[in-house]
Design a protein around this ligand. Structure first.
Ligand SMILES: [Zn+2]
Length: 209
């Protein structure tokens, strides 16, 4: 069977959707042939959570591992895209019938919102109860098709804390719009930025291997 590759990475450009308040992505030409330079070279300005990205434990936990310290064995391996379209929230009840694998990417009704570039407060998110199930099932990596996996709460990211404390890597703004649900080999490759709380990642899904 041929191997089919899906790119689940959002393109980075100045209009890429962001969590409110995060710095916008900028690509600034320092050298350009049209200005008479013999080569092109740009500076990138962006937040650590721009576009498709990984949240490292350091994002929420004192003394937590930084993104360069996350083992590749967590980031690469067997997983699945789980279809939760039509569900308003990801809680214990919605996770009852999931076929569990080490790496789970939730394909939700957020998909079309992701490419629109404007963050909306009304999106499908993971509840604390849902996070508890992922921990119980010993999932290694969880991804969602929105810039954050949980609704903003006054207690400051309880779902992020639960998952990161349990060693579960969080991947956000995964673009699953064109990806059919099912099993995949998942390759989630955050930039190896030393000491960073997160990093943009290329997320590739491979079918049929
Ligand atoms: Zn994040």
């Amino acid at each position: 069977m041929d191997k089919i590759l899906y790119d689940a990475t959002l393109p980075l450009h100045p209009g890429t959707i962001l969590f409110p308040g995060d710095p916008a992505f900028e690509l600034v030409n320092l050298f350009a042939r049209e200005k008479g330079d013999s080569f092109e070279l740009a500076r990138i300005i962006m937040g650590t959570h721009a576009g498709t990205h990984v949240d490292a434990p350091k994002h929420f936990l004192d003394g937590g591992a930084s993104v360069d310290e996350i083992p590749l064995g967590i980031l690469v391996g067997a997983g699945a895209v789980v279809d939760l379209r039509g569900e308003p929230v990801i809680d214990e009840k919605r996770l009852e019938k999931i076929h569990w694998v080490d790496r789970i990417l939730f394909k939700t009704d957020n998909g079309p919102l992701l490419s629109e570039g404007r963050f909306q407060d009304d999106f499908v998110s993971l509840t604390e109860g849902g996070a508890g199930v992922l921990i119980e099932k010993r999932v290694k990596l969880v991804g969602i098709d929105y810039p954050t996996i949980e609704k903003t709460s006054p207690s400051g990211g309880p779902v992020h804390r639960m998952l990161l404390q349990a060693g579960i890597v969080i991947v956000e703004s995964v673009d699953l719009l064109e990806v059919p649900p099912g099993p995949y080999e998942i390759l989630c490759l955050p930039l190896r930025i030393q000491g960073a709380d997160g990093a943009p990642a290329r997320v590739i899904l491979r079918k049929g291997c």
